[in-house]
Design a protein around this ligand. Structure first.
Ligand SMILES: Cc1cc2nc3c(=O)[nH]c(=O)nc-3n(C[C@H](O)[C@H](O)[C@H](O)COP(=O)(O)OP(=O)(O)OC[C@H]3O[C@@H](n4cnc5c(N)ncnc54)[C@H](O)[C@@H]3O)c2cc1C
Length: 345
């Protein structure tokens, strides 16, 4: 029997949609994933839930990200109950540090607009910031504390979502790259991989950075989503040294419960190339050392990259496809504005 819904792409977006649909009563769902579920951008990410730390201004999209963040405590608790996987929602908050005159200006601007719209944000003196995080640089001139900007262990989130699908009889077809959506009478009725054809009542594209490569019938996809490479390096410490996620205008460090510290991220237009570069590793180490000088003496224990989906207006592409029935799309993201740009970025 054909599925009611075909979901193309098994990243955090595709797998979250699976769970929501299943909970709302849709039982026959098939996921087509070109490789393995949860091994692309969603795996490479740093897991920050940081709308306040990332945004320069408010607006409809910002409001949506805040609402989404507010849903995380219940989401994490439900996933734990449903799958036994703890996604490690860490609610210690995020610090945003200022070192330069421009940083200090930025801190004041953010404090002003975020207070004005009633968001929780605290202004910390340099001493207070160092009391909150004793290992940060003595050069810090002040900070913002966003108590509600949190983090999750995104790889565990992917494991939990995949486990939900498996436990609930969702058909997951890995190694199934969709090349073309089948269109009949202005309606998508299924999808083709090189070896198989799938038919379904509705199709959802959650294909991230690769979305524009899929044919819509015989035509090119009328939607431009580009890959933006992001690299992250990791350091390992014996025990956790930092409580908060810590940003500067040049990047961020994310302390994990197991003593890893992630430092990210680059933002590079290199097409679908996922190689990691020494230039990026050096830039990320330098960025991390500005936040906490002791990090410069640690060896880099891991280094990876992922491809962010980026639509030209910098906003997500969400909802029914105009002019074509049976097709919904959920991809792309806000550009991150506070990234360390490498020389090759
Ligand atoms: C270095 C880095 C750090 C980041 N940090 C953060 C962060 O801290 N917080 C945050 O919120 N976001 C972060 N992001 C962004 C975040 O990773 C993405 O917004 C999110 O993962 C997008 O999810 P997705 O499911 O759309 O994409 P993906 O995880 O890329 O999933 C898309 C899936 O579709 C599959 N697919 C593609 N084409 C086809 C096809 N033709 N047929 C079948 N399957 C297909 C892919 O194989 C993939 O599994 C970061 C990204 C990077 C790269």
């Amino acid at each position: 029997m054909n599925p009611e819904i075909l979901i193309i792409g098994g990243g955090v977006i595709g797998l979250s949609i699976v769970r929501e649909l299943h909970k709302s009563g849709v039982k026959r769902i098939t996921v087509l994933e070109k490789g393995r579920c949860g091994e692309e951008s969603s795996w490479a990410a740093a897991g920050m839930l940081g709308p306040q730390a990332e945004a320069n201004e408010g607006g409809a999209f910002f409001d949506m990200t805040v609402t989404s963040r507010e849903m995380y405590p219940q989401f994490a608790a439900e996933l734990l109950a449903e799958t036994g996987v703890d996604i490690e929602l860490d609610r210690q908050g995020t610090l945003y540090l200022a070192f330069t005159d421009e940083d200090v200006d930025e801190v004041h601007k953010r404090l002003k607009w975020q207070r004005k719209v009633g968001l929780p944000v605290e202004h910390l003196s340099a001493d207070d910031a160092r009391r909150a995080e004793p290992f940060i640089s003595t050069d810090v001139r002040g900070a913002l504390l966003f108590p509600d900007d949190w983090q999750v262990e995104n790889r565990k989130l992917l494991a939990a979502l995949k486990s939900y699908a498996e436990l609930n009889g969702i058909e997951i077809r890995e190694d199934s790259p969709v090349e073309q959506l089948i269109v009949e009478d202005s309606r998508v009725i299924g999808a083709r991989t090189p070896t198989e054809t799938f038919y379904a009542g509705d199709t959802i594209l959650a294909t991230g950075a690769w979305t524009s490569l899929i044919k819509l019938g015989d035509a090119d996809m009328p939607l431009k989503v580009e890959p933006v490479r992001g690299q992250i390096v990791a350091f390992q410490t014996a025990k956790r040294l930092f409580g908060h996620v810590i940003y500067s205008r040049r990047g961020y460090i994310v302390p994990r419960a197991d003593g890893r510290i992630l430092a990210g991220s680059t933002s590079e237009n290199k097409g679908f190339e996922k190689t990691v570069t020494d230039t990026a590793a050096d830039a990320l180490r330098q960025m991390a050392a500005e936040i906490a000088p002791n990090l410069s003496s640690l060896a880099i224990t891991d280094h990876w990259s992922g491809l962010r989906p980026f639509a030209m207006d910098g906003l997500p592409v969400l909802g029914a496809f105009t002019g074509i029935g049976g097709l919904t799309i959920a991809t792309a993201q806000l550009p991150q504005r506070h990234l360390a740009r490498t020389a090759d970025g």
